[in-house]
Design a protein around this ligand. Structure first.
Ligand SMILES: Cc1cc2nc3c(=O)[nH]c(=O)nc-3n(C[C@H](O)[C@H](O)[C@H](O)COP(=O)(O)O)c2cc1C
Length: 230
């Protein structure tokens, strides 16, 4: 992976096997679906704190994701500092004002109408944690030599998916905010130019009156998203 010295291929026995019966597998697949279909993007947070330990374990899960050549081209910055969150909210709202005032274009704004979002982003300050995910466009050894990363958007996208699933599994809710481009995050969070902030995930507990858009319950049916060739 990201070691300078050549690491040789060394096969080891598969360390963990599920060893489930077909019946257990059917039940497990269904149970996971039943849990995941209850996940929703939440934009209203309560002030209930979330321990750092939970955030660390969820990021650990994200870090187990598969990646091109196992380069793991990602870095996560978890922020609970209110001053940092305030700055991020202010910068995000500035970007979003330009977006909603026309920068997005009519088609995009129309697509967002049923979601009910606007340039007001209090959740970026109210959620107890923001996790900023950086994609590492290339890597660098300690001496400054660069190395290539492969399938960076695909790999980081999968890691973000693992993260959202882990947060949900831990009983938390989250919101995916896509910076556009929020380049200042690199400077603010001391991340190198080789990294691009791709997502800010707000994390916490839903407020008592938290709402979700009704349209978020509409997921495309299986026969629309799956074709089977057998
Ligand atoms: C890549 C990506 C970017 C998103 N960006 C935003 C965003 O900037 N602001 C926001 O409020 N929601 C954002 N969302 C959340 C979507 O609006 C939400 O996932 C969608 O409406 C479906 O709702 P659900 O997550 O509750 O299933 C984003 C989701 C994804 C996957």
């Amino acid at each position: 992976m990201f070691a300078r010295e050549h690491i040789k291929y060394e096969p080891v026995d598969l360390p963990d096997r599920a060893n489930m019966s077909d019946e257990e597998m059917r039940a497990a697949a269904k149970a996971f679906y039943e849990n995941m279909r209850r996940r929703h993007t939440v934009r209203d947070y309560s002030d209930r704190p979330v321990s750092r330990e939970i955030i660390e374990d969820c990021v650990r899960t994200a870090g187990t994701a598969p990646s091109g050549a196992n380069h793991q081209p990602w870095h996560f910055v978890a922020i609970s500092d209110p001053a940092f969150k305030k700055r991020i909210r202010e910068a995000a709202e500035e970007e979003e004002r330009r977006f909603y005032e026309g920068g997005a274009g009519d088609e995009w704004l129309k697509a967002l109408e049923p979601i009910g979002t606007n340039d007001h982003k209090p959740h970026l300050e109210e959620a107890p944690w923001l996790i900023v995910i950086f994609a590492q466009r290339w890597g660098q050894f300690e001496d400054g030599t660069k190395y290539k990363n492969y399938y960076v958007p695909e790999s980081t996208g999968i890691a973000c998916g693992f993260l959202l699933a882990a947060l949900h599994q831990a009983g938390l809710v989250s919101l995916t905010h896509t910076p556009n481009p929020m380049k200042f995050l690199n400077q603010m969070l001391s991340r190198p130019d080789s990294e691009k902030p791709i997502m800010i995930v707000a994390v916490g507990h839903p407020s008592e009156n938290a709402k979700v858009p009704a349209v978020a319950k509409l997921k495309r049916p299986l026969n629309d998203i799956l074709t089977i060739a057998e």
